[in-house]
Design a protein around this ligand. Structure first.
Ligand code: DO4
Ligand code: MG
Length: 304
């Protein structure tokens, strides 16, 4: 199943997105649903998967639940609006999980061997990326640091963890990155990655039952400037060097990850060396079955 969070005149809602329709399941249980974590606890209590729980609920109640057109929510019509699908206590990122990412980083940095070593090592690169207040959902501005001259989008499949470090599902993520800061010195990575509005997530959560444990999905990234495409790239998660299970197991080693946290699995789409996002661009990341995540770009002013 595909789950979205959205707002309507009656507040924050949880919906199941099926074909072109969204069934509002917020009030389908005794207490109102607030997030996919509420669904996960109800599923745990019932000893079912989230998908089985939803199938039962939709069978029993679908005639009585509000239904919306996804397009209306996506376009912000009728006071409806897509929200970030999960408000993550923590966001982690994995790096150099695709050959193209290794090649680009090797080319751009003076410290040649680091990326090649991590690409081939047993232990993956995993870094802290963001907290909830640094994340945005569909349609919200992502920021570019004022002290960076080269910023790029990184289109990545992201997984969401539940109460017992299990994967609940997948969404699309933008690991917005200041590549000039990163390539100047790999020790600057936290500054290249972590800043206000550095991470966008959405639009939906594709449940693990629907996606499978190691989903092979097409990933697309487009950047629009004054209505024209100025960068376009595609990949598939089938190109990833590592498995999702491997990334999750390293992430959770001796490291308790709070429920609802998100992990970005790395980028396989690399814009040309001369490309940078600029103020007013729109980044669109589309992952098969998950949908399109669109965010306008805002360049922050340098601190003088
Ligand atoms: O090694 C630095 C970061 C890599 C990264 O974010 C990626 O490969 O997606
Ligand atoms: Mg990345």
């Amino acid at each position: 199943m595909r789950i979205i969070r959205f707002s309507s005149p009656s507040g924050e809602r949880i919906g199941v997105w099926m074909n072109e329709k969204v069934i509002d399941i917020t009030e389908a249980f005794e207490s109102p649903l607030r997030s996919i974590l509420d669904l996960a606890s109800k599923a745990n209590e019932a000893g079912k998967s989230i998908d089985d729980l939803l199938t039962d609920i939709l069978e029993q109640k679908s005639g009585h639940l509000p239904v919306y057109l996804y397009k209306k929510i996506e376009r912000g019509e009728d006071n409806l609006r897509l929200l970030i699908p999960i408000v993550p206590p923590e966001v982690w990122g994995c790096g150099v999980t695709y050959r193209r990412s290794r090649e680009a980083r090797e080319r751009e940095t003076n410290v040649k061997s680091v990326y090649d070593l991590v690409y081939n090592a047993a232990r993956p690169e995993i870094f802290f990326k963001a907290t909830a207040h640094r994340c945005v959902g569909p349609g919200e501005e992502i920021y570019l640091r004022g002290d960076s001259k080269r910023n790029i989008p990184e289109a990545e499949l992201a997984f969401i963890l539940g109460f017992n470090q299990e994967i609940l599902g997948f969404t699309a993520g933008n690991d917005v990155s200041s590549r000039d800061i990163e390539s100047e010195n790999p020790l600057y990575l936290p500054q290249a990655k972590i800043f206000d509005r550095c991470c966008a997530l959405g639009p939906s959560i594709l449940t693990i039952n629907e996606a499978g444990k190691e989903p092979k999905l097409r990933v697309e990234c487009r950047v629009f400037r004054s209505g024209k495409i100025v960068f376009e790239g595609t990949t598939s998660t089938a190109e990833m060097k590592r498995s999702i299970e491997e990334l999750k197991s390293y992430l959770c080693r001796y490291n308790t990850i709070p429920p609802g946290s998100v992990c970005l699995t790395g980028t396989g789409i690399i814009p040309p060396d001369e490309f940078s996002l600029i103020d007013g661009d729109i980044v669109e990341i589309t992952i098969e079955k998950i949908g399109s995540l669109r965010n306008p770009v805002k360049q922050l002013k340098p601190i003088i």
